[in-house]
Design a protein around this ligand. Structure first.
Ligand code: NDP
Length: 329
């Protein structure tokens, strides 16, 4: 079989970086044990960096980008999956060092795949994508630390971002009292619709602050890093917990040990990319029960493979809000 496959392909020759919608053959696909008809992929910030060449995401060329995908297994030599199974992939270096989801077909290692939960559709899985999955991992981390809805305010930073908006939604679905920190306070109504009870301006957290501040938050989900994360640590209540998954403000962490040794606070790192399979399955099963279809439709738009390159430029220019789902068929 050697049917043509539409795919976004990134090349770099003599320092000329290019991305185009190309036609591949099945023989061109990597030598992996499972082949998938890709139903949907997404455009994450990382994909935008890869496609536009604005960040060093792609490690080998040529590369098919796309860190998330959902599709139907067509062939597999693994015992785990059979033809017709619906599977999800997030991360594992796919779209960076292994060919990814922005194509009609993909060949992947079955170890990277998990089953699509029965309660959600393929499109819904990509409306959720890495952003929702990372937010869910963060919420589960708070739960595992014993954070309860009646413990008090839970702070979510980067509130209008992919991870932040899902974190607000998931926490509110679970009955937590959520405070959203945002640079776009004009979006307060939207954040309240997602489930935030209080909105604060992110400027309150983004500048250098005292090592110990007034105890305010029972817990926090941070995707911003830098001074924001330092100020969160300093303003957690005694025994509070913060998860850190991102660096939207910066990679640095200009904090002191005071909150850890005087208030017993905990800082929990969240990585979604290399996360073990059991954690992935747990997170996706939880997402399938918590996320409602009307919320997903409200926060996402659908495009085709033909529109991916233009949309990636718009994403990098900050002109897109919410999740972009790519219909790959
Ligand atoms: P988005 O770009 O969608 O959102 C980031 C949000 O952060 C923005 O919407 C904005 O929210 C806020 N923000 C932007 N710049 C600043 C700044 N200078 N200071 C403070 N806040 C700022 O990204 P995602 O939500 O998809 O990802 C968030 C972070 O998490 C990224 O750094 C990403 O790389 C990381 N990430 C990590 C993962 C992991 O496995 N560890 C997985 C997924 C993402 P607002 O306008 O409301 O202020």
């Amino acid at each position: 079989m050697n049917n043509p496959i539409k795919a976004i392909v990134i090349n770099k020759e003599d320092n000329n970086y290019s991305a185009s919608l190309s036609q591949l053959n099945e023989n061109d696909l990597p030598d992996e044990n499972t082949t998938i008809n890709v139903l949907y992929s997404t455009l994450n910030y990382k994909d935008g960096l890869a496609i536009t060449g604005k960040g060093p995401v792609v490690r080998t060329f040529p590369m098919v980008p796309g860190i998330d995908l959902v599709g139907t297994v067509t062939t597999s030599t693994s015992d785990e999956f059979k033809n017709g199974d619906h599977v999800i992939l997030n991360g594992f270096g796919v779209g960076e060092k292994h060919w990814g989801g922005l194509a009609q077909k993909a060949a992947l290692n079955s170890d990277w795949l998990i089953p699509l939960p029965a309660a959600i559709s393929p499109k819904q899985a990509m409306q959720i994508g890495t952003a929702g999955y990372t937010a869910m991992l963060s919420v589960i981390a708070l739960e595992k630390q014993g954070v309860k809805p009646d413990d008090g305010e839970i702070l979510v930073t980067g509130a209008n971002g992919g991870v932040g908006s899902f974190a607000i939604y998931l926490l509110s679905q679970l009955g937590y009292n959520v405070t959203a920190a945002t640079g776009r306070v004009d979006q307060s109504e939207y954040l309240k619709e997602l489930g935030a009870s209080q909105i604060i301006n992110r400027d309150e957290l983004s500048n250098p602050g005292k090592p110990l501040q007034k105890e305010r938050f029972a817990a926090a989900i941070d995707s911003v890093g830098s001074h924001t994360l330092a100020n969160i640590c300093a303003s957690l209540k005694y025994g509070g917990v913060v998860t850190a998954c991102g660096l939207a403000q910066g990679m640095d962490l200009p904090a002191s040990v005071a909150p850890f040794i005087l208030r017993g606070v905990s800082l929990i790192g969240i990585d979604s990319v290399m996360r073990p399979k059991t954690d992935r399955i747990e997170a996706w099963e939880r997402l399938a029960t918590l996320v409602k279809a009307d919320y997903l439709d409200k926060i996402s738009t659908e495009i085709t493979l033909e529109q991916v390159i233009e949309s990636a430029e718009q994403l990098m220019e900050g002109k897109i809000r919410g999740r972009v789902v790519v219909n790959c068929q």
